[in-house]
Every structure is written in structure tokens, then in C-alpha cells.
Write a protein that binds this ligand. Structure first.
Ligand code: BV8
Length: 236
């Protein structure tokens, strides 16, 4: 690791929310709540059967808002680290849940969108939403039904804030991937971009993924993340 660590980028995936009770993508074996991904997480699926897609996200939103689902120690320590680390810190998440925000993270990019937001297809305006919505829901800009979709990046769509992400990857000293299988592009390539720009790279996961990080820390996120970040704070 470089003498002076001035900039740290962290990427999280579904594994950081697993201990909070949110199913991972891999655990669904390519199925999500028993639906083929193509049917519920692609623009074509939404085109084919919008009601199924609305229901899929309404169900996941209600699960996220249930009493049982709350941030775990990994989310909390990431927020604590962000506020104690003296250098630049950016948290990029592939997750669409709001557990990082609820734990106190602030400099955060949801590259795949957010479950608690919806978007008007006409104006592209984005609105907070905690209730179910569907084709019949009036949007708050057009005041008519039929224009709303989940503010989620589906497969085949461009992830959000890629310029900001690439700038951070190209200038960081340390890149840490937590709870991600490295199966979904372009997030799966982020560690290589950081490495090419001489960052030290580490993955914290239940198992080694196929990606070639400098460090592989194996264990549950709620255990290994606090330890790793405490050490990182000592050496920065
Ligand atoms: C793009 C929102 C161009 C949805 C998500 C054909 C046509 C078009 C595109 C493609 C194509 N073929 C391939 C692609 C690219 C495609 C892709 O990667 N497909 C895969 C399936 C092959 N990607 C895209 O389409 C992306 N857009 O490429 O645009 C482009 C090109 C270049 C530059 C810019 C743009 C858009 C992808 C976004 C899809 N939307 N989410 C929703 O949530 O409903 S992705 C979805 O997958 C989730 O966000 C989730 O986060 C992610 C899965 O990845 P992980 O987070 O890693 O989760 P996973 O379950 O896989 O792994 C969990 C890990 O945690 C495991 O390793 C496990 O061991 C670990 N773990 C479990 N428990 C714990 C733990 N670790 C620690 N502690 C624990 N307790």
C-alpha cells in the first residue's frame, strides 16, 4: 500500500446487504424471487409485461421497508470510516437498497439506481416513492397515468454517474470491493481500472471471486469490514 493513502474508493454489491436479510443476486441462481432476470430486470421485460415488473419492485420495496431489514455492522463501519478518514472517500454501490444511507454514508453513488425512487418516462424527473406504484399511478409532473418506471438500471442500460466513477477509480490509492461476485459489468472491471492507475486493491467476500485483487479477505462482511477498515484507518 502506498506511503500516503489520500483517496479511497469502495464498491459494494449484494453481499453487504445479505446479513440484513436482502437476497443476493447470485443466490437467486439467475432467478430473482423466481422470475427470470430477463422478465423483471430488462427494458424488454418491462415492455412485454409492465405489471409483472411493477409488482417485482413493489414487493422488493416493501421488503426493504419492513422492520426486519436494517443496516448491519458493515454498513455502519463504512459510514464511520467515511467520516473519520482525512482523505477523499467515495462509496459506489451496485445495490438498490437504502441501507448505506440509513447507516450514515454520504458520498455515495447508486450506479444501478434506487428501489425508493421512480422516474417519469416523459420528463425523466425522479421522485421518491415508498408505496407501491404501477401503470395506473399518476406521475407528479404530467399528472396522468402510464408514465412511471422504477428508477433502476436494468441489464442492457447504462449505469449512472460513470464519469464520476471513472474519475475516482483513476485517482484512488486504495480500491476495496465488498460483497460482490464480479459477475456484472461494468462494475466487475472497476478493480482493473484502479489497478492500472497504481491503486492497492482488496476484495472482502465470503469466497475468492475470479478477480485478481492484491488482497483477498474472506469472511462475513459484518465481521471482516469493521476489522479491515479499523486497520486501514491506522495506516492512512
Ligand atoms: C451495461 C438493478 C453498457 C436491477 C442491476 C448483453 C446485452 C447488454 C448487456 C450485456 C449483455 N451481456 C452482458 C452484458 C453486460 C451486463 C452484464 O454484466 N450482464 C451479466 C449478467 C453477464 N451489464 C449491463 O447490462 C450493465 N450495463 O453494460 O451498459 C456499458 C458498457 C460499458 C460501460 C458502461 C455501460 C447494467 C447492469 C446493471 C443491472 N442492474 N441491478 C435490480 O437490482 O433489480 S445488477 C444486479 O446485479 C444488482 O445490482 C446486484 O448488485 C448485481 C449483482 O452483482 P453483485 O452485487 O455482485 O451480487 P451477487 O449476488 O452476484 O454476488 C454477491 C456476492 O456477495 C457473492 O460474491 C457472495 O460470495 C458475496 N456474499 C454473500 N453474502 C456475503 C457476501 N460477502 C460478504 N459477506 C456476506 N455475508
Amino acid at each position: 500500500m502506498s506511503a500516503r493513502t489520500e483517496s479511497i474508493v469502495v464498491l459494494t454489491g449484494a453481499g453487504i446487504s445479505a446479513e440484513s436479510g436482502i437476497k443476493t443476486f447470485r443466490a437467486a441462481d439467475g432467478l430473482w424471487e423466481n422470475h427470470p432476470i430477463d422478465d423483471v430486470a430488462t427494458p424488454e421485460g418491462f415492455e412485454r409485461n409492465p405489471q409483472l415488473v411493477y409488482e417485482f419492485y413493489n414487493q422488493r420495496r416493501q421488503q426493504l421497508l419492513s422492520e426486519q431489514v436494517r443496516p448491519n455492522a458493515a454498513h455502519s463501519y463504512l459510514a464511520k470510516f467515511e467520516h473519520e478518514f482525512p482523505g477523499n472517500f467515495l462509496l459506489i454501490t451496485q445495490n438498490v437498497d437504502n441501507l448505506h444511507e440509513r447507516a450514515g454514508s454520504e458520498n455515495l453513488v447508486h450506479m444501478h439506481g434506487e428501489l425508493l425512487k421512480m422516474r417519469c418516462l416523459n420528463s425523466q424527473l425522479i421522485f421518491d416513492i415508498a408505496e407501491d406504484f404501477n401503470f395506473d399511478t399518476n406521475c407528479r409532473c404530467c399528472h396522468s397515468p402510464g408514465n412511471l418506471r422504477p428508477h433502476i438500471v436494468w441489464f442492457g442500460e447504462m449505469p449512472l454517474q460513470m464519469n464520476k466513477i471513472n474519475q475516482a477509480l483513476e485517482s484512488c490509492d486504495v480500491f476495496v470491493a465488498i460483497g460482490t461476485s464480479g459477475n456484472v459489468h461494468p462494475a466487475s472491471d472497476f478493480y482493473q481500472t484502479a489497478k492500472i492507475h497504481r491503486a492497492h486493491t482488496a476484495e472482502l467476500n465470503l469466497e475468492r471471486t475470479g478477480s485478481r485483487f492484491d488482497e483477498h479477505i474472506i469472511g462475513n462482511a459484518s465481521e471482516v469490514v469493521p476489522k479491515y477498515l479499523e486497520n486501514l484507518l491506522q495506516v492512512c
